[in-house]
Every structure is written in structure tokens, then in C-alpha cells.
Design a protein. Structure first.
Length: 193
């Protein structure tokens, strides 16, 4: 996981240098891929799978999190902030700001709007399944397993709308019926019982 944390640190460094006029603030995905020892294509895919958002969206959110403090401070014109953060115009900056924060920069300055912050990503490894499980194999008469299948997209937060639609399509009668038939899973016994 250390290479991924180094890649996140590289993103932060590039954003900070851009915000301080020491660099362009542009994020080179090829450089991130080299840091994580992958190809660009695989870096982008793995980033999306691990975080639930494309790398470009993460960078935009982080850039707008940094921009929010400058906007709220009110010490420099919005055009200057936009240019400093790599936007070609105040309009482009305002659209990106509104997309992330839900309010434009001028509105945020005037009304004290509630803004959103994208925390810095950090990778860690979690290992589960360290406790042994007891089981026993039994011979059973032949049976036919019936069911329905459907491909579901990966959803990182909240309920999966595709899964809910599938459940609704099945209907309450099918769901109620499925619990009353004996299946291999409810005939297995725990050896300790």
C-alpha cells in the first residue's frame, strides 16, 4: 500500500505547488502510475475501484477544497485564485467550484454557505478471516439448484439501486416462497451442535 500512499502524497505536492505558484498544479497520471508500479490504464481503473471515483474527480475535489480557503479569506480576486489553481478563466473556476461545493465562489463569500471538503486519501490494508471456521461435509441426494442471476454494478456508498430493482422485480411472493423450500444451505449443520 506504500506506493499508493506515495502517489497520494505526489498529488498533494503538485496541488500545493500549483496553489503557491511554484508549479502548474497539473497532475500527471503517468507519473502516478510509475510511482505505483502500474500502467496508466491500470492505475486509473484501480483508483476508481478502490475509491469509488475517477482520479480526475478526486483531483478536482481536492483542488476545490484548497480553493475554498482562499475564496473564503477574500484577500484576492476570484480571477487570481482561478489562474493560480490552473483554470483558464474565472467562469471555468466558478463552474468547478459550484460542482463540488454546491454554491459559486461569490455566493460562498457573501452568504457563508456550507462548503464540502474532500479529505486526503490514505491507503491501508485490512486482513479479515483470521478465525478458523469449523465445518463438516455430508453426502446428500442429488438436487437441482434454481435461481436467478443478474450482473450488478459496484456501488461504494449506500444501497445499490440495481440490487433494489432486481429485488422489486422478483416481488414479495417469490421472496416469501424462497425461504420455505429446503436448500443445501439450511440443511447443513454446525458440527458443534
Amino acid at each position: 500500500m506504500e506506493p499508493w500512499n506515495r502517489a497520494m502524497a505526489h498529488i498533494e505536492q503538485q496541488l500545493a505547488e500549483g496553489a503557491a505558484h511554484r508549479g502548474t498544479g497539473a497532475i500527471d497520471v503517468a507519473a502516478l502510475a510509475r510511482i505505483t508500479l502500474t500502467w496508466q490504464y491500470h492505475f486509473r481503473r484501480m483508483f476508481s475501484v478502490l475509491t469509488g471515483m475517477p482520479v480526475s474527480e478526486y483531483v478536482r475535489r481536492r483542488r476545490m477544497t484548497i480553493a475554498a480557503s482562499s475564496v473564503l479569506a477574500g484577500e484576492e480576486p476570484l480571477q487570481d485564485i482561478a489562474v493560480r489553481l490552473g483554470y483558464g478563466s474565472a467562469d471555468a473556476f466558478s463552474r468547478a467550484f459550484r460542482a463540488v461545493h454546491g454554491a459559486g465562489p461569490a455566493d460562498a463569500r457573501r452568504s457563508g454557505a456550507v462548503l464540502r471538503s474532500q479529505p486526503r486519501l490514505r491507503s491501508s490494508l485490512s486482513v479479515e478471516g483470521t478465525r478458523p471456521m469449523e465445518y463438516r461435509l455430508q453426502d446428500e441426494a442429488a438436487f437441482t439448484l434454481l435461481g436467478r442471476r443478474r450482473r450488478m454494478p459496484l456501488v461504494h456508498h449506500g444501497p445499490n439501486p440495481s440490487m433494489e430493482r432486481f429485488r422489486d422485480e422478483l416481488g414479495p411472493d417469490v421472496l416469501k416462497d424462497s425461504g420455505s423450500r429446503p436448500t443445501p444451505t439450511n440443511r447443513w449443520q454446525n458440527p458443534s451442535s
